[in-house]
Ligand binder design. Structure first.
Ligand code: HSE
Length: 310
């Protein structure tokens, strides 16, 4: 066993407009840091949590990172192994940036490293998804998979976690604005109707298929036509103050498309180069500034590495 391992697990943008629960990409920052180290005492424990304002549980069975790591140890049949985790939250909860997913991804990578890497990175995915389920109450991998593996990831089937890495065009830049309000994923999922009309299904499927095609062919025109959400965004946007004004500002500044990041309140836009991405960010920020809503801005290419071991 290694003496101790520190990892960085990045934030992610889930859904990517038309890919509800099945599409997500990783950002370069923000992200969480997780440290795992072997201990003399038996079993997994969380020894330190910072950056959470005291909100996260130390109970391994209730903590996203702890539960993910526990499920990994159980799978390896070494649940009694002495390991302690430190969780350093470097991004807000309920932000739509995949905060709990990053902690879960970071925990399984850190523990796997401490153990001498018994599993390949891809094999860690189910345990991290179980960890995130603790926070969300729902089983979906569209934040965890990109945070763990990097890139733009399509999850074809959530039950079996059959996923595919989708290439992205050179130059593609994400602008993500996080307005300082909290929306819990559980609450944002509760506002979504269980039924979808055939008309909306056809519209969304066309856009999702074309978005993947546009990404694979590095065709910004196809991406611009298809980066739209006909189903979820209309139901959730009222949870985010001034959403349509921010979206309009992004589109007027030249973004290819703009929608809710994950369950919100963060809003993301994709642009074909960093000059446009910066302008998009500036204009989105000024909408919120005018309304006296504090926000943080992140501008990042699609992160291809996922969780990094220091
Ligand atoms: N796909 C999820 C949702 C991501 O939109 O509810 C948030 O965790």
């Amino acid at each position: 066993m290694k003496a101790g391992v520190k990892v960085f697990a990045p934030a992610s943008v889930a859904n990517v407009a038309c890919g509800f629960d099945i599409l997500g990409f990783a950002l370069n920052k923000p992200g969480d840091e997780i440290i795992a180290r072997p201990t003399e005492s038996r079993g997994l424990k969380i020894s330190k949590i910072t950056g959470d304002n005291g909100k996260l549980p130390y109970d391994v069975g209730k903590n996203t990172a702890g539960f993910a790591a526990l499920k990994l140890l159980e799978h390896l049949d070494i649940a009694g192994q002495g390991i302690e985790l430190e969780i350093h939250k470097k991004m807000p909860f309920g932000s739509g940036l995949g905060s709990s997913a990053a902690s879960a991804a970071g925990a399984v990578v850190a523990v796997n490293e401490v153990l001498g890497r018994p599993l390949r990175r891809e094999e860690l995915l189910p345990f991290a998804v179980l960890g995130e389920e603790k926070a969300d109450g729902a089983y979906h991998a569209d934040n965890v998979a990109p945070s763990l593996l990097g890139g733009l990831i399509l999850i074809r089937d959530t039950d079996t976690l059959d996923f595919y890495r989708i290439p992205t065009p050179k130059g593609l830049i994400a602008t993500v604005i996080y307005p300082h309000i909290e929306i819990l994923t559980k609450d944002a999922r509760n506002v979504i109707k269980a039924e979808v009309t055939l008309e909306k299904h056809i519209e969304q499927s066309g856009n999702l298929a074309a978005l993947i095609l546009g990404m694979m062919q590095s065709d910004f025109d196809i991406i611009a036509k298809s980066l739209k959400d006909s189903i979820i965004e209309p139901q959730r946007s009222s949870l985010i103050p001034f959403f349509s004004e921010v979206q309009d500002a992004a589109m007027n500044a030249g973004a290819l498309g703009c929608s809710i990041s994950g369950a919100g309140p963060s809003i993301f836009a994709l642009s074909m180069n960093s000059v446009i991405a910066e302008k998009v960010g500036k204009d989105m920020t000024s909408v919120l500034n005018k309304e006296a809503i504090h926000s943080d801005l992140y501008i990042s290419p699609i992160n291809s590495e996922g969780t990094i071991v220091y």
